[in-house]
Design a protein around this ligand. Structure first.
Ligand SMILES: [Zn+2]
Ligand SMILES: [Zn+2]
Length: 343
């Protein structure tokens, strides 16, 4: 089969590799859509321990079942499917406690973890355990299904905020995770949703995705959000960026007793307005990956609760992957979500 193989920093090749064979309790999936994640890009640039070459990336995808391994029943060849990509161990204390998202023994399709590398979906075919397969109704496109994984990240973070009915919220960063955060918060009944970003085009997309207000971070974010909330401040601030500037502005614009959802990780280390956060009795809540949220997110799409496809700004054949990765890495495009396809 053909695959996009990551050979090292800025070295991605579309080449012939051996087609994987499904083992016992596994299925072979013919990939139809795979979405490029920001984490794939930082891997491509050589900045991630979670992408060790040689590796086929791709953890946001959908396709059709091509072959069933031994012992697999309940699925048909040709069936349209999505795949839950977190292959947690299920036996450790974290898994038993419902924290499969941080299982130390997990593997993730398309990445390198402590437990090893697992080739992903930037290829003609990918192998997955049958228990991770999510059947896809005809009403959901392959592209939409490829966005269920990033949706699950935003969904989990949003759930951490608790009841959002009638609440005033803000979202830092209008990339895919922030935009899906906007959609989830809207779907959970938030009243005012303020999107904050520095790129006007992205803010426009945030409004399209359901934000009620868009604020450029170059402007007076504190003043504007105070005005929008009758002087009180925001109940919840979803940080999909993770820069010192966004975290500290988040601490500032949150209301007393408000919640800061920490999702973005642009800066691994930073100085924060710690005392300010404590004296406002803010709840600092981090959120990482997903546990049950991929299946829940797909159900929300099936139920028509959100439209994730609108953030797809371009689609290309898989064979063009090397050029697309290089363009994205060089920052020359203003794409939000890019899909690679096998058609
Ligand atoms: Zn991702
Ligand atoms: Zn585990």
């Amino acid at each position: 089969m053909k695959a996009l193989v990551y050979h090292g920093p800025r070295d991605m090749r579309y080449e012939e590799v051996e087609t994987p064979k499904p083992q016992k309790d596994e299925v072979l999936v013919k990939v139809r859509s795979v979405s490029i994640c920001g984490s794939d890009l930082s891997g491509y640039k050589g900045g991630s321990a979670m992408r060790v070459p040689p590796l086929i990336m791709g953890h946001e995808f959908s396709g059709e079942i091509a072959q069933l391994g031994e012992g697999v029943s309940g699925f048909k060849v040709g069936e349209r499917v999505g795949v839950v990509t977190n292959l947690y161990c299920g036996k450790c204390q974290d898994c038993k406690d419902g924290l499969q998202n941080v299982c130390d023994y997990r593997r993730i399709i398309g990445t390198t973890m402590k437990a090893g590398s697992y080739n992903g979906a930037m290829a003609d075919y990918v192998v997955a355990p049958a228990e991770k397969i999510m059947p896809l109704p005809d009403s959901v496109s392959f592209d939409e299904c490829a966005l269920v994984e990033p949706l699950s990240i935003s969904l989990r973070a949003t759930k951490h905020a608790g009841n959002l009915q009638g609440k005033n919220v803000a979202v830092f960063g209008s990339g895919p995770i922030g935009l899906m955060g906007v959609m989830c918060m809207k779907s959970f009944g938030a009243k005012r949703i303020v999107a904050i970003d520095i790129v006007e085009k992205r803010l426009k997309m945030a409004l399209q995705c359901g934000a009620t207000d868009a604020v450029n971070s170059k402007d007076d974010v504190y003043g504007i959000t105070r005005k929008l909330t009758d002087g009180v401040g925001l109940d919840v601030v979803f940080d999909a960026a993770g820069f010192p500037e966004t975290i500290n502005t988040g601490i500032e614009i949150a209301r007393n007793g408000g919640t800061l959802l920490l999702v973005g990780m642009a800066s691994p280390k930073m100085e924060i307005e710690y005392k300010h956060a404590v004296v406002k009795e803010l709840r600092l809540q981090s959120s990482y990956m997903y546990t049950s949220e991929m299946r829940e997110g797909l159900q929300m799409i099936i139920d028509g609760k959100l439209n994730v496809a609108q953030m797809i700004t371009s689609r290309h054949p898989m064979s063009e992957g090397p050029r697309i990765f290089e363009e994205l890495a060089s920052g020359k495009t203003s794409d939000i979500k890019v899909i690679l396809t096998n058609e």
